[in-house]
Design a protein around this ligand. Sequence first.
Ligand code: ES4
Ligand code: ZN
Length: 318
Amino acid sequence: MQMPAVELHVHLEGTLEPEMILALAERNRVELPYADLDDLRSRYSFVDLQSFLDLYYANMAVLRTAEDFHDLTTAYLLRARDAGVRHAEVFLDVQAHTGRGIPAAEVVDGVTSALARSGEHGLTSGLIVTFLRHLPGADALATLRELLALDAPLLGVGLCSTELTSHASEFAPAFDLARASGLHVVAHAGEEGPPQNVVDALDILHVERVDHGVRAMEDPALVARLARDRVPLTVCPLSNVRLRVVDTLADHPLRAMLDAGLVVTVNSDDPAYFGGYLDENLRQVAQTLDLGPDELHTLARNGVEAAFVDDARRAELG
Ligand code: ES4
Ligand code: ZN
């Protein structure tokens, strides 16, 4: 099988495996409401995005020190390398940590010191800080200002968490500052929210890629626009099944998206929660949607096209 070269949609906190949750709880003396590993694992059954987010944010309580963030990031890089990834752009929910009293510098130092060693594992990488959409836009702006003051080595900013309770315009000031500071911009849209959220991400936040975007398929004019402008969509098939964006993998619109000429890529989102890393996402979509070598090649090529890398690195990846 044509292996993926690039991963563009993975939340570092979503790579926190149950075993690491228990190990870090012990290391940091954090009390968890789980009896054991089996009890924790039994909670990994979701009915929608929010039911997942509740567990995802709760489990972050075990991440306390720069060393924890370093270890989490290194574990992801090693697992991604094993999945065939040669370039990864990883999301970090800084506000989910500063909001419970962990300094931004502690979080960012731990992650970036691990990412700086990507080359030792045979990868390149970049860090995208994702603002939390359930918090006020002013918090996103303040967080970005703090990260810029820290001179944090950022590739870009994004937007995630629930799509249903806020409007993109709230985040325009933070995205305007990000673009003015030379950062790339992406946003989750059209996952649980309607196609209009994708339009708003393009028109109001001026995103260069859309994370998920599967519900764009409900709006033919939007599909035509995304195809014409070659706006990449970072699709996460196993995530969409586990969060009930689609009923089953066989119902997933990935093939229809490819057929519509969209620049779609396959990604893992929160692999510790959704049943597999990039290799498993690709294996399952190839099998279930009967994707052939040409389609797998297109997916890999799209990932290279959509990556925020310079021409030299793009040529190496391609
Ligand atoms: C997320 Cl799957 C998904 N959707 C929106 N926000 C998120 N944060 C982490 N995973
Ligand atoms: Zn995501």
